[in-house]
Design a protein around this ligand. Structure first.
Ligand SMILES: [Zn+2]
Length: 144
């Protein structure tokens, strides 16, 4: 499998006194995808995806609701047909970046978003540092 990573610009969060409290929640969803990039092709197949999001800024109250709303749009879908992922190869990295931005728009100050595609493969999107306006999407893979 040929994987990519890159730097993704994000909007800086407004930090608050709640910055020392981080909240993490996870959810699962089922979705298909395929890869048609010249350097990365795979036939349509499905995964039991797992997302894990860590946020600051008092996200305790809203994180679950925001994740549930996000999941509603992706569960039992073909990721390649998602408008939000239009013209992008829907890899775990792309999904992690998309959810990270979704949490930013919801003003939850995301610290880290992890998208697990398989037991041994996941992608993580996080800011390069908490004061930074950039997000580094990176790929991690456990030993096979
Ligand atoms: Zn896949």
């Amino acid at each position: 499998m040929n994987l990519t990573s890159g730097v993704i610009k994000t909007v800086p969060c407004k930090l608050s006194i709640m910055d020392n409290i981080l909240v993490t929640e996870s959810r699962r969803f089922v979705a298909d995808h395929y890869h048609s990039a010249p350097s990365f092709k795979e036939q349509r197949h499905g995964h039991n995806w797992e997302i894990e999001a860590t946020v600051g800024n008092g996200g305790l109250v809203r994180l679950g609701t925001v994740l549930d709303t996000w999941i509603e749009n992706f569960d039992y879908s073909l990721l390649n047909e998602q408008v939000a992922l239009k013209d992008r190869n829907p890899t775990a990295e792309v999904i992690a970046e998309h959810l990270f931005r979704h949490l930013e728009v919801a003003c939850l100050c995301p610290i880290e978003v992890r998208v697990r595609e398989k037991f041994h493969y996941w992608a993580t999107c996080c800011p390069t540092n908490r004061q930074s306006s950039t997000c580094l999407a990176r790929t991690q893979r456990a030993n096979d």
